[in-house]
Design a protein around this ligand. Structure first.
Ligand code: SAM
Ligand code: SF4
Ligand code: SF4
Length: 338
């Protein structure tokens, strides 16, 4: 079937799909799943609610037909989902899909890197917010040190996967790690992306005062390194990139709070239970799973997904501080996958 490009109300195409494969996690990062809110009694999705790999594959094919070129698997912690390489290999067979990535906390990456690469995975983004074991253990809420994550990063490099590092920066928590992380990543040829602490969900106690902005981080880095801007590789690239002068190592910023990029946002998100979200901050998901489980044909699913995207007018980050946004129902990052 011919691919058709669909556009939303602001003429933004749908290029990029994040698929959460699980809402559980082996970490309790303070900024994402605080341990006091996601305790032993927290009710996660039952297995029957999760999209099966066959359902994900079917939906992914439909998304590719309406313009998606990149898929990123996320969670919760995606490597907790059993046999993830099986899903990757199914997705890698889809004609027209140019890129499959994975976002992970890296703890189980050493075990899976080679299998994922063989299955067709192209790149991994590994979250690492500190190199200091004690601080890292405190941030992840599980006292897990950096060792398994660093070993996972090394294994991914050895397997030939593209590796980027994500660091969420929260004032008073890990801002002291900004320069050490830059040093580490520069030395190891890894692209580090600083992520501004975001007001996702309703459990992480977000305050604007806790945000260290892209500009502040950039100014800190400039005291240590010479940086030159790098042009975006494609429309909708989320990270603003710089290169350390006289190297081929980039460093990036995801400035969703201080410099929003809604006008070029071409990303949809599919939760582990098959709810389609057109914005990280739009709590109203569209239930695609039940339409599918109720027997919809591919044509009917394509029509429904296209209608949802055509009706999209989200630009939350552009309007973050508007009164009307303060009472918004928001979804948790661990559910929607970042
Ligand atoms: N568990 C995997 C991981 O941590 O990489 C994948 C899921 S996690 C929700 C995806 C990304 O969202 C991670 O890079 C994480 O650091 C980021 N994230 C989580 N909560 C955030 C917040 N409040 N603000 C900014 N980024 C956040
Ligand atoms: Fe888990 Fe990732 Fe959220 Fe941390 S950021 S709690 S690793 S889902
Ligand atoms: Fe995209 Fe919504 Fe984020 Fe804006 S706020 S960049 S529309 S996900």
């Amino acid at each position: 079937m011919e691919n058709t490009i669909i556009k939303d109300k602001f003429n933004r195409p749908l290029h990029d799909l994040r698929i959460s494969v699980i809402d559980r996690c082996n970490f309790r990062c303070q900024y994402c799943m605080p341990a006091d809110q996601f305790g032993p009694d927290f009710v996660f999705l039952p297995k029957s609610a999760l999209l099966t790999y066959e359902e994900i594959e079917r939906l992914a094919k439909i998304f590719v037909q309406i313009g998606v070129e990149k898929i990123r698997l996320t969670g919760g912690e995606p490597l907790l989902r059993r046999d993830l390489p099986v899903l990757v290999s199914k997705l890698s067979e889809i004609e027209g899909l140019k890129d499959i990535g994975l976002t992970t906390n890296g703890v189980m990456l050493k075990k899976f890197a080679e299998k994922l690469k063989q299955a067709g995975l192209k790149r991994v983004n590994v979250s690492l917010d500190s190199l200091n074991d004690e601080l890292f253990g405190k941030i992840n809420g599980r006292n897990i040190g950096t060792k398994p994550v660093l070993e996972g990063i090394e294994a991914a490099k050895q397997a030939g996967l593209g590796v980027k590092i994500n660091m969420v920066v929260k004032k008073g928590l890990n801002d002291t790690e900004i320069v050490p992380m830059a040093d580490f990543c520069k030395k190891n040829g890894l692209e580090l992306r600083y992520i501004e602490f975001m007001d996702v969900g309703s459990t992480n106690g977000w305050k604007m005062d806790d945000v260290i902005t892209k500009r502040q981080i950039y100014e800190m880095l400039k005291e240590h390194y010479e940086l030159e801007p790098v042009n975006p590789a494609y429309f909708g690239e989320v990270a603003k990139l710089y290169r350390y002068k006289d190297t081929n190592v980039n460093v990036g910023f995801i400035s969703s709070v201080s410099e929003s990029f809604c006008s070029s946002c071409t990303r949809a998100r599919l939760s582990a239970n098959g709810q389609l979200f057109t914005c990280l901050f739009n709590g109203n998901g569209h239930d695609v799973r039940n339409i599918m489980r109720n027997g919809a044909t591919d044509e009917e699913l394509t029509r429904r997904i296209s209608e949802i995207w055509n009706g999209r007018d989200d630009r939350y980050s552009d309007e973050r501080m508007a009164e009307s946004n303060k009472k918004r129902k928001k979804i948790e990052m661990s559910y929607i996958g970042g």
